[in-house]
Design a protein. Structure first.
Length: 181
């Protein structure tokens, strides 16, 4: 019986010890549970902050993309306007060149008519005093009969120089312009 009492006593001590351990485990579990809940709250807060940051970043990105699209559209419309202006300018330049050719042709025609109507000796005297390219241009515009009469009335050296220039053909003087450029 003594053994039995000792056994019961040991069981009681062991049971009390187990109860203390269970109580200690419950306390530790409750403490760990509180720590884990705090960590979960921190993670939730960080996750919410991250989502807010992602949302703000996406909004900024969307605004920048929209701004960029507007800029691209503006540049495209400016480019189109410039291309239209360039086309208009090109047409105007072409038209002006045609007008200049017509004016030059009319002017040359009138000058040629004037020299053709003059006496050969008077025409020869005037042409000898003009720059060679201008004199050659005028002579080239005259018919061959009138040109030969005027050249015959000129200083032979000047007539020879003008004949060489005329043989090269028009445009007279552009070679000099190309060389000076």
């Amino acid at each position: 019986m003594k053994k039995f009492i000792i056994f019961i006593f040991i069981l009681r001590v062991f049971a009390e010890d187990n109860q203390r351990q269970i109580v200690n485990c419950n306390i530790i579990f409750e403490q760990r549970k509180a720590e884990i809940l705090k960590e979960i709250e921190k993670i939730d807060e960080q996750q919410q902050a991250l989502q807010a940051l992602q949302s703000a970043t996406q909004n900024v990105l969307n605004q920048r993309e929209e701004s960029l699209k507007k800029r691209e559209e503006g540049i495209a419309s400016e480019r189109k306007a410039l291309e239209e202006k360039e086309a208009l300018i090109a047409r105007m330049v072409k038209k002006n060149e045609e007008l200049l050719k017509q004016i030059k042709a009319e002017t040359e025609s009138k000058v040629n008519e004037t020299y053709a109507g003059m006496k050969d000796s008077k025409s020869a005297a005037i042409l000898e005093n003009l720059p060679e390219k201008e004199a050659a241009t005028i002579l080239f515009g005259l018919d061959t009969k009138t040109m030969s009469k005027i050249l015959a009335k000129m200083n032979p050296q000047k007539a020879a120089t003008l004949t060489q220039i005329i043989q090269k053909g028009p445009p007279f003087g552009e070679e000099e312009q190309k060389n000076t450029l």
